[in-house]
Design a protein around this ligand. Structure first.
Ligand code: GLN
Length: 202
């Protein structure tokens, strides 16, 4: 467990797990530390014990999916989320949280009633940065082989959009972004996760 930053408004006792099978783990860890919470890597179902929130990072969803299968983390994450544990999935993590995945489907957790279409913006060279529209004014969003999210169900709140497409969504205690919030200094997406964790504690 990495120590929390006591200077920050978020309660230092919040502990965030980051699924550490493959992908952008370290930059999420840095964002959580900047927000004043502690973090720990999650590689096995037992690592979820005592966590206040969980992050499924970006990377390659096929690879992450195989790792989740191998160690029984699908069932463990589903149970964590069903018991009210806040979960944030980014890019590949958002794919894994969707109800359904199109274009090279992977097994998903079904935590958010939405369809994720993999690599819908093109390949690595089509990666781009832009400012998303929504409640979070000036939210800079970096997309790397991102999925597109479509057909949000009635319980899905769209918090930000780019060209009309949902890029930051929430369903109860589940949050997902198709962009990489860990790549910018803007801490508002991670703060949203920590706020859910804090509400659950109080
Ligand atoms: N294209 C990747 C996938 O489908 C996601 C890319 C990312 O997480 N940056 O899994």
């Amino acid at each position: 467990m990495v120590a929390a930053n006591p200077q920050h408004p978020f309660a230092a006792e919040l502990r965030v797990g980051i699924v550490s099978i493959q992908g952008a783990v370290q930059l999420h860890a840095a964002a959580i530390a900047r927000a004043g919470a502690a973090w720990a890597p999650v590689r096995h179902a037992r690592d979820l014990a005592g966590l206040d929130a969980l992050i499924l990072p970006g990377g390659e969803s096929t690879t992450i999916s195989k790792g989740l299968e191998r160690v029984g983390l699908y069932e463990a994450i589903e149970a964590f989320a069903q018991s009210g544990g806040p979960v944030l999935g980014t890019c590949a993590g958002a794919i894994l949280m969707a109800r359904e995945v199109e274009d090279f489907p992977v097994r998903s957790l079904g935590l958010i009633d939405i369809i994720a279409v993999r690599n819908a913006y093109g390949t690595q060279v089509d990666s781009f940065a832009t400012v998303a529209q929504g409640e979070l004014e000036g939210l800079r969003a970096i997309f790397i082989r991102a999925p597109r999210l479509k057909r949000p169900g009635p319980d899905v709140e769209v918090l930000a959009r780019v060209d009309g497409w949902p890029v930051f969504i929430r369903q109860r205690n589940a949050l997902a972004t198709t962009f990489h919030p860990e790549l910018t200094p803007d801490g508002r997406v991670h703060a949203a996760l920590l706020e859910l964790a804090q509400k659950r504690q109080s």
